[in-house]
Design a protein around this ligand. Structure first.
Ligand code: NAP
Ligand code: ZN
Ligand code: ZN
Length: 354
């Protein structure tokens, strides 16, 4: 029996999201059926709903910060049982045989991961549809290998955004070996940025936040940041020159990065996380003069995502969230576009209209 699902979908780039119904597949032998309780609202959802990156196929149900409870499992499922608290992030499958997949870095799968929404779905996604549909919905069916366990100590609502914002910031912090003594700057205090601050602080780093105004200064300090800079303050930016080992850049729009590069110490790296499609003005001189790098990073693998969830449980870390009803999603997008986010909107599926 297909699983009747209530959702919110984008139907065109210039139209508000609207209620949408479809059927999820009944769990196959390796599948876990999940009742979604909460779904975080990532800026990537907005980029896709508004076709900022091109190629969006409508109608599209965004959402890849999913937290819920298992309602049924297939015959081969050993890792989960009915009633377990689980999460689903940005991917629901990958080829499993390429080098990145075998290394547990499925996000870099060579033929391409199957994203939670908007991907062609070779293994059968929603009934009668050819692309995956995401978490702004009350049900989802996912292969057990792409389902995460949410530790008991983490509330489901504040854990949901860890499935993207958490892992996307945890992975580069680990890759660039942040630890005690590291000096880390976080550019942009939104959903990703606030998790970067909390995680880097928990890893022992001295953290500085760079923001467009001083509106979020007190919050940054509460999250553990030691310093706060406004990135249009040329004097403060100059004074902070040659300081940071790692800059986590979470800005969601094309912006001037040359001024940020001189903040890096020798051998420092700026990691770009924002999904911007325009070119970045990167000049050779500030790079070569201090052997600096500009890099990118994409979410994280399944194994590392579980490690991140367990790390958050061990350190008592979760997201700062503002709960909304599903029909408030358009208002949330408008606020996100004004950077008025503190620090993640999370949809409460219990408030979905019947
Ligand atoms: P968000 O919550 O909207 O936060 C973005 C922050 O960037 C804002 O709060 C603001 O910070 C700053 N900002 C926005 N526009 C700016 C501008 N024109 N100039 C300077 N700063 C600006 O977004 P998010 O969910 O954290 O996502 C951030 C970006 O990462 C998005 O592009 C998203 O698609 C992308 N993303 C990438 C991955 C990945 O795997 N690489 C994963 C998830 C998301 P202040 O208020 O502090 O100035
Ligand atoms: Zn995301
Ligand atoms: Zn692969």
């Amino acid at each position: 029996m297909p699983i009747a699902t209530r959702a919110f979908a984008a139907v065109a780039a210039d139209k508000p999201l609207e209620p949408y119904r479809f059927d999820r597949r009944d769990p196959g032998p390796d599948d876990v059926a999940i009742e979604i309780k909460f779904c975080g609202v990532c800026h990537s959802d907005l980029h896709v709903a508004k076709n900022d990156l091109g190629g969006t196929r409508y109608p599209i149900v965004p959402g890849h910060e999913i937290a819920g409870v298992v309602t049924a499992v297939g015959d081969n499922v050993t890792r989960f049982k009915v009633g377990d608290r689980v999460g689903v992030g940005c991917m629901v499958d990958s080829c499993r045989v390429c080098e990145p997949c075998r290394a547990g870095e499925e996000q870099y799968c060579v033929p391409g991961m199957t994203q939670t929404y908007g991907s062609a779905d070779p293994k059968g996604g929603p009934v009668g549809q050819t692309i995956t549909q995401g978490g702004y919905s009350d049900r989802i069916t996912v292969d057990q290998n792409y389902v995460l366990r949410i530790p008991d100590s983490l509330p489901l609502d504040a854990a949901a955004p860890l499935l993207c914002a958490g892992i996307t910031t945890y992975s580069p912090l680990r890759h660039w070996k942040v630890g005690p003594g590291s000096k880390v700057a976080v550019v942009g205090l939104g959903g990703l940025g606030h998790m970067a601050v909390k995680l880097a602080v928990a890893m022992g780093a001295e953290v500085t936040v760079l923001s467009t105004s001083d509106r979020k200064k007190a919050d940054a300090e509460r999250m553990g940041a030691k310093h706060f800079l406004i990135n249009s303050d040329a004097q403060a930016m100059k004074a902070a020159g040659e300081t940071f080992d790692l800059i986590i850049n979470t800005v969601s729009a094309t912006h001037e990065i040359a001024g940020h590069l001189q903040l890096l110490a020798k051998d420092g790296t700026m990691v770009m996380l924002g999904l911007t499609t325009e070119g970045l003005p990167v000049f050779a001189m500030p790079l070569l003069w201090r052997r600096r790098s500009v890099a990118g990073s994409l979410i994280g693998g399944i194994r590392e995502t579980q490690e991140m969830l367990d790390f958050c449980a061990a350190h008592g870390i979760a997201c700062d969230i503002e709960l909304i009803a599903p029909d408030q999603i358009n208002e949330a997008y408008a606020r996100m576009e004004r950077s008025d986010v503190r620090y993640r909107f999370v949809i409460d599926m219990a408030r979905m209209a019947a």
